[in-house]
Design a protein around this ligand. Structure first.
Ligand SMILES: Cc1cc2nc3c(=O)[nH]c(=O)nc-3n(C[C@H](O)[C@H](O)[C@H](O)COP(=O)(O)OP(=O)(O)OC[C@H]3O[C@@H](n4cnc5c(N)ncnc54)[C@H](O)[C@@H]3O)c2cc1C
Length: 388
């Protein structure tokens, strides 16, 4: 059991640096990007310059040599202020670059990681399809090896893919059926598809409830040809690979959800101190104080949960159940805190110019992305020994 309660001086310095960046650089600008449904290139560039996209990767590939705890701390601080920026980093690191770091050949790492680590290029991960996300084993996209040209020929559609259509998106790793077992079960593999490959079409951005300054698109593949060497990891191991990637990603999403929940506390404390009703600040009422105390309790507990999962991951211990627990708890309390923060803001909480309105809209997806709450409960139940 490893649960690190205290941050090292390096982790604390990183956390404080990003806290200041979120407050000074992200907060004043992000509302306008969000309203215009525009990707915040200038903020992402700055995050790249700070080394945030390379945080958990080795220095020899342009990374910062940090770990998953460092990534979680950064995501939490960003999401305290804004979730679009946080999810752009989360998806870029956990879904875009991490599969290449974990499963790539030396050549794939040297080709892609330096640009992904610097933030000049974003990577995406295409798992979900229009006919199913939770049941990822039901992948319909196919990749056939053309032995004459030594190329994969990919056909299919992926939906809801983060970071897949920005001006700086360089690749998407897609899962595809590349064969069948003797029993007829699909063998799924992961393949790197560079942006701009003929036959690879990126749709216009979705109109979303939240995360409006983040890029989410549908992708289609029509006889898309990429070199056989673009296979990521072993053929037929794609399913196991993305389960590992999703386990790690859940720790990151949990940190992000904790940040949103804490941001709701920050905004509510500030508002309750200044908003007057019945001749005194609304925060003078114990009913409001208790609401905020409960919000703080939930954010704190979520933080303990994600740091526990991250600590296990960093120390090479089993962390699957802890990641699912943390993701489930933190995403559900993020929604609760966002609802309460909006309530404390009264009518202003329903106005988009207030950060809590953005947090309210951004909270719901946390119970859906990288495994729904139902999927987390299934994983936890399985870890407890239930097999059906
Ligand atoms: C903004 C956004 C960004 C995203 N980014 C990415 C990305 O970058 N890459 C990517 O691959 N995907 C991405 N996704 C997809 C996301 O991971 C899926 O939407 C999610 O996994 C759920 O899949 P689904 O939408 O197909 O829902 P479904 O799987 O169809 O589920 C529908 C409902 O049924 C429930 N359900 C399903 N099976 C069971 C069961 N056995 N028992 C009980 N309940 C069940 C689910 O929990 C859910 O409530 C993104 C989605 C959004 C909205």
């Amino acid at each position: 059991m490893s649960l690190d309660h205290r941050l090292s001086p390096e982790h604390e310095e990183l956390r404080r640096t990003v806290e200041e960046f979120a407050h000074d650089v992200v907060a004043p600008k992000i509302g306008d990007f969000y309203e215009r449904h525009e990707f915040p290139y200038e903020i992402v560039r700055e995050m790249g310059r700070m080394g945030l996209f390379g945080l958990p990767f080795p220095e020899e590939y342009g990374g910062m040599g940090g770990d998953y705890l460092a990534l979680g701390l950064v995501l939490e601080e960003l999401a305290r202020v804004d979730s679009s920026v946080a999810i752009t980093l989360e998806a870029g690191v956990s879904l875009g670059a991490m599969p290449i770091h974990r499963f790539g050949t030396e050549e794939q790492k040297r080709t892609w990681l330096p640009k992904l680590c610097s933030g000049e290029m974003l990577g995406a991960f295409g798992l979900t399809e229009p006919d199913g996300g939770s049941d990822a084993g039901a992948t319909r996209t196919t990749a056939r090896l053309d032995e004459a040209t030594n190329e994969w020929v990919i056909n299919g559609t992926k939906c809801f893919i983060t970071n897949s259509g920005t001006d700086i998106t360089g690749l998407v790793t897609v899962t595809a059926v590349t064969g069948r077992t003797d029993g007829g079960k699909p063998l799924i593999s992961s393949i790197i598809v560079p942006s701009g490959t003929p036959g690879f079409t990126v749709a216009a951005p979705y109109s979303k409830v939240g995360w409006n300054a983040s890029d989410t698109r549908e992708l289609s593949f029509s006889d898309v040809r990429v070199p056989a060497a673009n296979l990521l990891g072993e053929q037929g191991r794609g399913y196991a690979q993305f389960l590992r990637i999703l386990d790690e990603g859940r720790v990151a999403i949990s940190a992000l959800a904790t940040g949103l929940a804490q941001g709701c506390v920050d905004e509510s404390v500030a508002y309750a101190r200044t908003r007057q009703a019945f001749g005194r600040p609304i925060g003078a009422n114990q009913a409001i104080q208790f609401k905020i105390a409960d919000m703080e309790m939930r954010a704190h507990t979520a933080r303990v949960a994600w740091r526990d999962a991250a600590s296990r991951l960093v120390h090479g211990e089993p962390f699957k159940k802890q990641a699912a627990l943390a993701k489930l708890y933190s995403s559900e309390i993020a929604v609760t805190n966002a609802r309460e923060a909006t309530q404390i803001h009264g009518g202003y909480g329903f106005m988009n110019e207030y950060p809590v309105a953005r947090m309210w809209r951004d909270s719901k997806i946390l119970e859906i992305g990288e495994g729904t709450s139902e999927v987390q409960r299934m994983l936890i139940a399985r870890e407890l020994g239930f097999t059906e």
